[in-house]
Design a protein around this ligand. Structure first.
Ligand code: GLN
Length: 536
């Protein structure tokens, strides 16, 4: 029978609940258990796909094409497991599915109510994650803070699950803040006490309390939290501030969090295999060199908008013992006449244009791409970054000055990037992009083939527009190589320029498959080229 761990948060958001949940999952996996993860987001959007990245950070995409909260990226990077559509549930998904069932007549005769109809739907999604993943333990994180109106039904569902499955099969982890007050120079437990009271008001008694604090709690504070929380002192797990998030699982391990969980579940406490994670931490804490990469985007005021790209760049530096420093470049700034590109890019040994939507800042990205191509600076284009590279090349190398994408100019005379017929028919914006895994066949002898060393790869997509195959011959005749093609529909997946030291771009998003312990091949070769760049 699947066991369930629920991770809730108190006091305020931003305490690292996602990292707590991921760390627990990592530690249980290191004990040999099969784990699966899930996140509940209490907003009414069906998924974050239609939200601005400036509000909620990046939209993470699973292999099966689900647009999800960025916390799922943390999960996948920590536990190195592919998640799926059962992993991100929102209020929007729950309510729309209950209403759809009502319209179909599934509940004929009944009055549809929050409890039991909405709460049952939530419970079913949690149980579904258990049955479809076949995991020993499912870890479910509840977004938001205990006491929020939005998440109150979710909490009610958790209360019922505890009732149905009992303490042997369910465990509640509550993460809270223990702030330090300057002046009186002490850690304060009252916010934690209050958030536990709030949790109990919803009928939930925590089994483990994870305390975020700037210092060690000390005996007196631990005793106080244990007393008010009604838990044994050893069930308080201290999440002291760290400089490096990879430290957190190891800190939790030292406090035996896995043992507490496994004992409550009546599961065998085996020895942990954490050597690979300790090695990772050792590497990350002893990086010697540094390489600077310019990331040219238009959502740069929120770094989380590019979270997976940022993590993928960092990870690609690890095998070279190199710290990757990101120079955040606002693409709109590049469009100003007074901007000196040479000055902007002077310290960067690589230029990366990531994904994006809409026409704002597009010309600036084209300028950045042109600068990389002409000055032989390593270039990596991702999704929109590939479309930009195609437009730039068509304009400046093939001489079609009016080339563009129909996303930016619907009546463009040379639409090198365009909608396919199936996308032209789409009316709804939500969930209708090309999403998730698609196959890509690589051409032998190309940079892409060298990077992957494989014939067929599967990578995750999130875009509506495609390379327009009508222009393939023209671009090829001028030196662009189409090194990755979808074998099923002949769409372009990867382009490269062989007369450049390192110029490659993909229609898919490689960043979603990068892991700290297993950097992505396209990022690895990009960082390697960037490290070698100044020597050239
Ligand atoms: N806006 C482009 C498209 O829809 C690129 C999307 C992206 O970069 N994720 O095709």
């Amino acid at each position: 029978m699947t066991k369930f761990v629920f991770v809730t948060g108190g006091v305020c958001s931003g305490l690292g609940k996602g990292i707590t949940a991921s760390s627990i999952a990592l530690l249980l996996k290191a004990k040999g258990y099969k784990v699966f993860m899930q996140k509940f987001d209490p907003y009414m959007n069906v998924d974050p796909g239609t939200m601005s990245p400036i509000q909620h950070g990046e939209v993470f995409v699973t292999a099966d094409g689900c647009e999800t909260d960025l916390d799922l990226g943390h999960y996948e990077r920590f536990i190195d497991e592919e998640l799926n559509y059962t992993s991100n549930i929102t209020n929007g998904k729950i309510y729309s599915s209950v209403i759809e069932k009502e319209r179909k007549g599934d509940f004929l005769g009944s009055t549809i109510q929050i409890v039991p109809h909405i709460s049952n739907e939530i419970k079913n999604r949690i149980y579904e994650a258990g049955t479809t993943s076949n995991a020993d333990i499912v870890i479910t994180e509840i977004g938001g803070t205990v006491g929020d109106i939005e998440s109150s039904v979710m909490m009610e569902s958790l209360r019922q699950i505890r009732l149905e499955k009992g303490r042997k099969n369910t465990l509640f982890v509550h993460t809270t803040l223990v702030p330090y007050l300057y002046g009186s120079n002490e850690l304060k437990t009252k916010p934690t006490q209050n958030s536990i009271i709030e949790l109990r008001r919803l009928g939930i008694q925590p089994d483990i309390i994870v305390t975020r604090a700037p210092l060690d709690l000390g005996e007196a504070v631990r005793k106080k939290i244990a007393l008010f929380g009604s838990i044994p002192e050893e069930n308080i797990i201290e999440a002291k501030d760290v400089s490096n998030i990879y430290q957190i699982p190891l800190n939790f391990h030292k406090q035996n969090i896995e043992e507490i969980i496994l004992k409550q579940f009546g599961l065998q406490v085996t020895t942990s295999n954490l050597k690979y994670w300790e090695d990772l931490l050792e590497t990350v804490e002893n990086l010697k060199g540094e390489v600077e990469i310019a990331l040219v985007g238009k959502y740069i005021e929120l770094e989380d908008a590019y979270l997976s790209v940022k993590e993928a760049l960092k990870a690609a530096g690890y095998p070279y013992k190199t710290k990757v420093k990101i120079n955040w470049v606002d693409s709109e700034l590049l469009e100003k006449e007074t901007t000196d590109l040479k000055e902007i890019f002077q310290n960067s040994s690589g230029i990366l244009v990531p994904g994006g939507f809409g026409s704002r800042g597009i010309e600036g990205k084209i300028l950045a791409c042109q600068y990389a191509r002409e000055n032989k600076i390593p270039y990596l284009g991702i999704c929109l970054g590939m479309q930009i590279a195609v437009i730039e090349f068509t304009r400046h190398v093939c001489g079609l000055e009016d080339a563009s994408s129909t996303e930016f100019n619907e009546v463009c005379p040379n639409p090198v990037i365009d909608l396919m017929a199936d996308q032209k028919a789409v009316i709804h914006k939500g969930g209708t992009l090309r999403l998730g895994n698609y196959a890509c066949k690589l051409t032998k002898g190309t940079l892409a083939y060298k990077d992957y060393n494989q014939d067929i790869i599967y990578e995750r997509h999130r875009h509506r527009y495609e390379f327009n195959n009508k222009y393939r011959e023209l671009l090829e005749s001028k030196g662009m190589v189409f090194s990755g093609i979808n074998p099923d529909n002949n769409l372009v997946e990867i382009i490269e320029l062989p007369d450049h030291p390192h110029f490659i771009a993909s229609q898919f998003h490689p960043e979603f498959k990068s892991r700290p312990i297993k950097a992505h091949p396209l990022f690895l070769s990009f960082i390697k080229a960037a490290i070698e760049y100044p020597k050239k």
